[in-house]
Design a binder for this molecule. Sequence first.
Ligand code: AKG
Length: 251
Amino acid sequence: MDWENHFHKHGFALLPNAFNSEEIGQLSSAINAASGAPSSLTEEVERALVYVRDLPTEQRGPQEAENPSDDVYIIGALPHVDPIFHWLVCDSLLSNLAAKALATDSIHYHFSNATLKPPRVGPQVGWHRDYPNQYICGETSEQVRTLIFLNDTDTDNGGFYIIPGSHLVSDSEAKTQSPAMNDDESIALSCPAGSVLVLHPKLFHRSTFNRSERPRTVLLAQWGAANNPLVTSEVEWGTGQPPQFLGKMKT
Ligand SMILES: O=C(O)CCC(=O)C(=O)O
């Protein structure tokens, strides 16, 4: 089965070796530099940072409740952080995958960020769908996320759990269905460093605490069909622009 069929049938496709070890090394160094020295970042990037200590106790975990970590959890506005993320977003690899998943040549970039689960203190993310979503989101589910794994990701360092087939609901069902999912139906994906996960916006997914000694960092970009209007007022660098235009935009 080719990856597009797999994506439509199961709600995801995992593409190993989409990025080589040199690229993953460069992307990881840029993330480590940004998360290790937040005060060196531009005001715009600094404003978009989320720290582990900012999260609700349930998400950062009982272990962190008393003395929450100062580690960075989310770095937004990626193209402003380092030229390598400008390249990442403007390079055709991710936008081509998104266009194929959405079966149209006419797509728009929505946003990107990095989600870090630092060793020992990495937070969990509960069951959710990416459509609908409070942040930059389309009116319909004609959108898709591309996730790049910078580290070998498995159940030991936070994992990535999905409910296969849970994307096969209408948009209105997705808006009303509760995320109280049965863990028995879930599977844990094993995502090697350098792989890209193409994720359907209606697929239920979650990830767990990282209490291991290994980092788990994921870079993600969201894309939507050009004829799917954005319903939120939030905008980031490049939001709503076609991929061909992103390379011409200044950061
Ligand atoms: O598991 C993660 O790293 C967060 C990614 C995620 O849940 C999402 O893209 O919605």
